[in-house]
Design a protein around this ligand. Structure first.
Ligand code: PLP
Length: 425
């Protein structure tokens, strides 16, 4: 887009915007998005991009799904928002009940917030206070994993991968937690067992993204690893928090990733695809045992948390419509088809110069490179090829809407292959 094509709002507003994850001195200017439709994004200059990543993995039904749009419009006409202190409403209670139905085991008590990071913060707060309420002092640390990502707020940065969470840069600001390797095999399982044996008394909970560490680089582990974590948590008497913010709602092939391991966490966090990518909403869901630790005569045993826009009715209405669509349009069958197609088509990238690995799980497809030296050039080549794909670190990945057509998905995989073949970057 040449400067003369740029809309006036772009020219006037861009000098006042602070962009996410962006070195604003050198990065090329952002694209101007004008509208979305299904699996495409139309730019202000008229170009139409096929979307391969569903806006940070949220828009699982594609953009502008009429069922969600109608639900939000109807709710908007009735009640856009009302405070959740001392008052409840139909969209939130319907949503809480369906989440309790969908989730395994007795994960049945739902606390609503408005972003993934805050949902994880609430999980941390619940896990820590769980022990205090039961009269156990000193369990203030968390055990998380290398490669993990749990959000950008200060408390969640502290449980991200040390590099991703910039632990060195923010020394003195971030709380000190324990970051270990996932128990993928006998050796790492013994090491984690020993660590918990030595320091378990200090630990409130283990926190992990089940099956896929998303923003840390789309790193996969198997269900057995999750089962080991459940066993270790039980053996050492610590809580297990699963952060399903990325994996929840079908992304790995089952509604929730923990189903593939047959385990039930003590606390689970949800967001990203919760509203089908329409509105900001997140949830922290606890088991009955965890919730019951907060029931007492002591007012200080209550969970002292309450975001202003908690359980926003528009967002809850969107989430209810989104969850209904999983039944009405058989999303999990679509995920299986996407998985098969990506396996076949991305596999052809293996052997291209600089390609280190190709991996697929559910509707997540990853081409990992040895390194990416010129990220702006790679991103520009993808946009020139008519696709919206955002490589990061050393990976080019696809997390499309589950409603993507086979032809659109082929356009994405073909463009990635063509662009990578013209590398290195
Ligand atoms: C995106 C993400 C978060 C943070 O969610 P925000 O809404 O960006 O705060 C936390 N955990 C996981 C696994 C995520 O993918």
């Amino acid at each position: 887009m040449s400067p003369t094509d740029r809309p006036d709002w772009y020219e006037r507003g861009l000098p006042h915007i602070w962009l996410p994850y962006t070195q604003m001195l050198v990065t090329p200017p952002p694209l101007a998005a004008e509208r979305t439709d299904g699996c495409t994004i139309t730019l202000a200059d008229g170009r139409i991009l096929t979307d391969g990543i569903a806006s940070w993995w949220t828009a699982c039904h594609g953009y502008n799904h009429p069922a969600i749009a109608h639900a939000v419009q109807a709710q908007l006409a009735r009640m856009p928002h009302v405070m959740f202190g001392g008052m409840v409403h139909e969209p939130a209670l319907r949503l809480a009940a369906s989440l309790a139905d969908l989730l395994p085991g007795d994960l049945e008590r739902v606390f609503f917030t408005d972003s993934g990071s805050v949902a994880v913060e609430v999980a941390i707060k619940i896990a820590t206070q769980y022990w205090l309420n039961r009269g156990v002092q000193g369990r203030t640390r968390l055990l998380a994993f290398r490669g993990g990502y749990h959000g950008d707020t200060l408390a969640t940065m502290a449980i991200c991968d040390p590099e991703e969470g910039m632990h060195a840069l923010f020394t003195g600001v971030l709380p000190q937690h324990i970051i270990a390797d996932l128990p993928r095999d006998d050796g790492s399982t013994r090491a984690l067992d020993a660590l918990l044996h030595a320091q378990g008394q200090d630990i409130a909970a283990i926190v992990v993204e089940p099956l896929v560490q998303g923003a840390g680089g789309m790193l996969f582990h198997d269900p057995a690893t999750l089962r080991r974590l459940r066993e270790l948590a039980d053996r050492h008497g610590v809580l297990l928090i699963l952060d399903e913010i990325f994996t929840g709602f079908g992304r790995t092939g089952t509604m929730f990733a923990c189903e593939q391991a047959g385990i039930v966490p003590d606390i689970v966090t949800l967001s990203k695809a919760l509203t089908g990518g329409t509105m900001a909403l997140s949830a922290t869901v606890a088991t009955r045992r965890v919730f019951e630790a907060f029931l007492s005569d002591d007012p200080m045993h209550a969970l002292m948390h309450g975001p202003t826009f908690m359980a926003n009715p528009l967002a809850c209405a969107a989430a209810n419509a989104s969850i209904a669509l999983f039944g009405q349009e058989d999303r999990l069958a679509q995920v299986a088809a996407i998985e098969a197609q990506m396996r076949a088509e991305l596999e052809t990238c293996r052997g291209l110069p600089g390609v280190r690995d190709v991996r697929v799980m559910g509707a997540i497809g990853v081409v990992e490179l040895d390194h990416i030296a010129d990220m702006p050039r790679l991103k520009a080549a993808l946009v020139d090829g008519g696709v919206w794909v955002r490589p990061f670190r050393t990976i080019v990945y696809l997390t499309p809407a589950f409603t993507i057509t086979a032809a659109q998905l082929s356009h994405l995989t073909r463009t990635i292959r063509t662009v990578l073949a013209a590398g290195p970057y």
